[in-house]
Each structure stands twice: as C-alpha cells, then as structure tokens.
Design a protein around this ligand. Structure first.
Ligand SMILES: [Zn+2]
Length: 279
C-alpha cells in the first residue's frame, strides 16, 4: 500500500539512480505527454511531498521543470541497470521511461503524471498540509488544521491530505488503534490531536529506508500490523476479533473493545493522554 513512507522511499531510490545525471533517453507513453522529450535534461533531485513525487529537472538552457507523479493504490517506479530486464510489472502498465548512462527508471501505472515549470509546483501540491516525512513537518499546525472541522470523523480527517500529508489506510488504522480511538469519533472529541499526529509521524518515519511496513516492530509476515488487514483475527491486546467495515467508501479496521465508540465512553475511561500543548 503506497503511503507516505513508500513514496519517500521511492523518491530516495529515484534520487540515488538519477540525481545529478543527464538523461540520455526519454519515453512517455501517455497521450498528454507523448511529445515530451527530456533528453539532455539533468535530474537535479527527486523528492516526495506527502504522497506526491516530484522529479526536478534542469534543461540545457537552464529552464527548470518538474515531473509530477502519484502512485495511488497501484503505481510504482523501478530502477534497472541499462540492458537489464524490466521484470517488475507488465509492459502495458509502463507510463514513462527515463534513462541515464548508468540507470533506467521505469514508471508503472503512474497517476496524475504531469510536466510543469518547477516554479508552479504549488498548483499540484500547494494544498497539502504539513508533510509527515518532510522538512516542514509541524504537528501543531496539523492538529490546528484537524481541529478546524470538529464534527467530521477522525478517520476521514486524518486521510484528508489538506490537514496533513502522507497517511493512507494502513497508518490510519494503526494510529487509531494505538490511541484507543474509534474511526467514527468526531474530531472534536479526540483529546489530543497533536499527540495523535505525532504518533502517526513516528510510525511512518520508522519505515523509511525499508519496503516492509510494520507498526508493531516485527517484520515477520502476519505480524506487521495491529488491526490493518486482520479482520476476524484476535486483537493483539485483548483478543477481541478485529472488525472491518466501510466508512465513506473506504475499509476501516478496528478493535471494538480497545477503540470503543466515543458516545459509549465516559471521559474518565479514556487512557491517560498528554495534555494538548498550547502554542
Ligand atoms: Zn483489543
């Protein structure tokens, strides 16, 4: 599941393969960019912004362009040696191929692929809230954005990339479990929003640099999550079967005992939480 950490890892892989190098091949396989040609352009850097990928390039005349892509549920970039076999996915899913003398980067099933002046990146990513894995990460600002709409559910608010950027369904489920909060709890009833987003940031950051996503500390298959993907399996804390249901069209996983509905819960039943830091 490509979430902020996967996108961060992908950006780093692309940077390692292409950063500082001049492109010698360029092949766009989508109609909108069929005539684009990035040969002789130099890749300055590859960075992630939430779940968006930005490949920044400099042309022979000094112009700056950014190639934007989004992985959504199923996209991927892979790097191969020149002449190597592109084995990751079927060829018909290839959307772009960029090559240097030393590496070939192949983008599969990429979404929102766009080439635009670097100075205009904000038209695609300017709406995003603080990036959980970005240099601008700011838990207080993320909490303020969440708190601005107190009646919506906490699950939908944490997935709304305008509040904070990088969380997908896996980290959502795991963060809410670890905080003992039901996905249906209104934002205004969550005691410590800053603490919640700080935990989410720690969970994503722990998986930087590896492709296995674990929130439990175990990298063994079947042990990497508390509730995500574990419908019907016993809760690792209390043994209650993990539940799954749809909310706003997305699948949610939760433990009904560890994450009781907020309305059935007295304030003094809540686990001890850090007081909200005044900023
Ligand atoms: Zn439980």
């Amino acid at each position: 599941m490509p979430e902020g950490d996967t996108v961060w890892n992908t950006a780093r892989t692309l940077h390692g393969a292409l950063g500082g190098e001049q492109l010698v091949s360029s092949d766009f396989r989508i109609p909108q960019l069929a005539t684009a040609d990035l040969r002789a352009w130099t890749v300055r850097e590859s960075v992630s912004r939430g779940k968006h990928l930005l490949l920044r390039l400099e042309g022979p005349a000094g112009d700056r362009l950014t190639l934007h892509s989004h992985l959504r549920m199923d996209g991927a970039w892979r790097v191969y040696a020149p002449g190597g076999r592109w084995a990751a996915r079927p060829a018909h899913l290839i959307r772009v191929v960029l090559g240097t003398d030393a590496a070939v980067a192949v983008g599969y099933h990429l979404h929102d692929l766009a080439l635009l002046p670097t100075a205009e990146e904000d038209s695609l990513v300017g709406h995003l809230g603080p990036d959980l894995l970005g240099p601008d990460w700011d838990a207080g600002e993320a909490a303020r954005r969440l708190a601005a709409r107190p009646t919506g559910s906490i699950a939908e608010a944490l997935l709304d990339q305008r509040n904070l950027a990088g969380i997908g369904n896996l980290y959502l489920a795991e963060t809410l479990f670890l905080r003992g909060v039901s996905p249906w709890t209104p934002v205004g009833r969550v005691a410590d929003l800053a603490g919640m987003v700080t935990l989410a940031q720690r969970l994503l950051a722990a998986n930087r640099g590896r492709w296995t996503q674990s929130t439990t500390g175990s990298l063994r298959k079947g042990e990497t999550t508390y509730v995500y993907g574990r419908r019907g399996a016993p809760c690792r804390r209390c043994g209650t079967p993990i539940r799954m249901a749809k909310q706003a069209g997305r699948v949610r996983y939760w433990c009904p005992r560890c994450q009781p509905a907020s309305d059935n819960r007295r304030l003094d039943d809540r686990p001890a939480e850090q007081p909200h830091r005044q900023l």
